[in-house]
Design a protein around this ligand. Structure first.
Ligand code: SF4
Ligand code: ZN
Ligand code: ZN
Length: 356
């Protein structure tokens, strides 16, 4: 059978089947459509303005490595005029994050971007290794997720950036839509498809890969021969998300557009005013100054639980009340350094990691 020619340029030989559309195309056309779609996502959502300082949340994994490469490519090609940084969080997971951070350090040189690494140990005084050895593997991802979110904001503030971009892809967002439906979490369902979010005083966060399929990101990394780390975290990922992922993969196998269709369904949900009204008002954490909807932010509550040896109990509101009933907070309790929210006149002088 004669080799099939590319469905887009009709010239070169088709060497891959595009997961999103099923089209048989050549390598160059794949690069072009993938990059152009991300560019369209960025421009249609008006994500950046010239002169923005943008941190790329970099884990060394495929999504963030491809994001760093594509952001650099588009910034140069379309003259976005952005200043790009790599921002990594070291959760303290031996055999996983230490190795993946070595990849980020190489990316720093390959892409010529300054890198900042912030660790849970320096911020919270606990590594994930120590948290898991204390609380086991049940709620570890809850701790890790809360700690990472705050660490990213603090790292970004230290870099004086306007914006954090993360490598969340279409599969991640569709999974989150499904999970929020399965949990009946309507308030989160209303927010989880937003391409860009911004708290009262936090830095903007966005997802330029919102419509990029995971399979295409892997394909892009493979054909571009990008240097990334592919091992999964050793502390088993969120089991509930695993079910949503398996379900989504089955749907995708039957109909590739399922991923985008679920995102569009999520976007079409409107949160009723009375549900919005039950959402708590944002304030700042009395202990560390980070934004919070309670007196204490989630990270301070979780840290207090760890420090007081009640970690497994601080996840729910009821358990939090139990913690309060245990007595007043000890005066010598370890706390998170006070957070000073970014100001409009941020200084560009920042300290970044050097691999030299
Ligand atoms: Fe953290 Fe859980 Fe992700 Fe591992 S799988 S990095 S513990 S959130
Ligand atoms: Zn082609
Ligand atoms: Zn706090």
């Amino acid at each position: 059978m004669a080799p099939r020619s590319c469905a887009l340029c009709n010239d070169a030989r088709a060497i891959l089947k595009r997961p999103k559309t099923g089209q048989q195309i050549c390598k160059d056309c794949f690069f072009k459509v993938f990059e152009t779609e991300v560019h369209n996502t960025i421009t249609e959502a008006n994500l950046f303005k010239p002169g923005d300082r943008v941190a790329i949340g970099a884990s060394g994994g495929k999504d963030s490595t491809v994001l760093a490469y594509v952001m650099k490519t588009l910034n140069e090609r379309y003259h976005y005029d952005l200043e790009l940084f790599l921002l990594s969080i070291d959760e303290g997971i031996t055999g996983y994050r230490d190795d993946s951070l070595e990849t980020v350090k190489r990316n720093q040189e390959q892409y010529d971007m300054p890198l900042k690494i912030l660790s849970y140990d320096e911020l919270y005084g606990w590594t994930m290794d120590r948290i898991v050895s204390t609380i086991g593997k049940k709620n570890n991802c809850t701790f890790c997720g809360v700690f990472r979110r705050q660490a990213l904001d603090r790292g970004a503030t230290a870099l004086h950036v306007d914006h954090i971009v993360t490598g969340h892809n279409a599969d991640d967002i569709a999974e989150t839509v499904l999970m929020n439906i399965m949990r009946g979490d309507i308030a989160r369902l209303g927010r989880c498809t937003a391409i860009c979010t911004k708290g009262e005083d936090t830095i903007r966060r966005s997802k330029p890969f919102k419509y990029a399929y995971e399979k295409e990101i892997v394909m892009y990394a493979y054909f571009k021969k990008l240097d990334y780390f592919s091992t999964e975290c050793i502390y088993s990922p969120d089991a509930y998300r695993g079910h949503a992922r398996a379900f989504l993969k089955d749907l995708e196998a039957a109909r590739p557009s399922a991923i985008i269709d679920i995102i569009h369904s999520g976007e079409a949900f409107e949160v009723k005013e009375e549900i919005k009204a039950t959402q708590k008002v944002q304030q700042t954490c009395k202990r560390c100054g980070y934004m919070s909807s309670n007196d204490l932010c989630k990270a301070c509550t979780l840290l207090e639980g760890l420090e007081r040896g009640m970690s497994a109990a601080v996840i729910t509101d009821r358990a939090r009340r139990k913690l309060e009933a245990e007595g007043p907070t000890p005066a010598d309790l370890r706390t998170i350094p006070f957070f000073h929210p970014p100001t409009a006149s941020a200084s560009p002088a920042v300290e970044v990691e050097s691999t030299a």
